[in-house]
Design a protein around this ligand. Sequence first.
Ligand code: PMP
Length: 415
Amino acid sequence: MNHIADLPVDLDALRKDFPILAQRVHGDWPLVYLDNAATTQRPRQVIQTLVEVYEKHYANVHRGIHWLSEQSTDLYEEARESVRRLIHAQHLEEIIFTTGATAAINLVARTWGDSCVGAGDEILLTEMEHHSNIVPWFQLAERTGCKVRFLPITDDGRLDLDRLSDYLTSKTRLFAFTAISNVLGTANPVRQLVQAAHDVGALALVDGAQSVPHMATDVQFWDADFVAFSGHKMMGPSGVGVFYGRRDLIAELPPFLGGGSMIHRVTVDGYEPADLPARFEAGTPPIVPALGLKAAIDYLERVGFATIAEHEQRLVSLAHALLEEIDGVRLLGPPPEEKAGIVSFVIDGIHAHDVAQILDRRGIAIRAGHHCAMPLHQRYGVMASNRASFYIYNTAEEVEKLALAIREVKRVFRR
Ligand code: PMP
């Protein structure tokens, strides 16, 4: 069975760009890396960029008036422009480099949240959020007295849109939701949800950590107010992420972190914050990770987001077909057509950690646990699940190996 033959990408050639994938583990098992929702691997092009920057272009940015600092500042600002184009933001200063999606969401909670939310206001989340998009809002509630609510999900892993109007009300100040569930793979109707938030006068924050790496993104089409995502989930280095905020909303917000770079002027009497984007980039920013992120974006754009999404769709369909045939395996979430490249499952009577451990002995890396989404697991009455998550470099053969290894797990536990 070859579900990838007619894709306009040569996977054998593409995989050669990822030296880490060519390894053999635990004896002679080829590494099968299916933990891409946790973090992805980097191609040589990104790794070489990091080496080249350190060898030729590295200095602090926006500081020195020397040759090297000007070079690194230019490159850093080119990386910002590359992110702007990637997500189709209107203005360059709407792109703020952070250390990741978590930092970006916390930034919104600490700046917009602290200055615009009060007791009696509501923040609406969904039951499928990652802890990164839950805990900062509980913390905001502790500081301000606002209330955090959760839009329920259905048994088959969709947002319960029939109940949206019960939860999204004139009290809601922000609807913060993930574009794609990091457990269920569910692809949410982002534009429709943003529109619904705006209809009641609320703002909308889109957690794009699992969507931006895998499909074309247009924040203007979404009409999103805030968007967060991470570089390491899209072939970039760890330590860099992006906060997108609509210029008119964030230009006057009080800065969150204070320090160098984020000021116009400091005197013994106080300080005057800088304009965007420096206003939210206090201290030395993630310079080299941002340049690595640009290299990753270049790579992804060369492959093409339509190709990436189509390939992952095929792998998910294949995974569903093969795992559904195995007795006692319960797949979480909607059917494959409504999913991105993530498949989570539980196996009757076998703990998720045992499954992952046995698969690991065969070279297959999957995730076991609650995947930083405990409320979601509580909703389905399970403590933990297994998750296989795909990227453009995964093959149909690897999905077949996953299914065979799960059959083996079942045999081991029957004995
Ligand atoms: N949101 C979602 C949906 C995620 O999957 C993750 C990462 N697992 C995050 C937020 C947080 O990303 P990071 O750890 O890179 O800050």
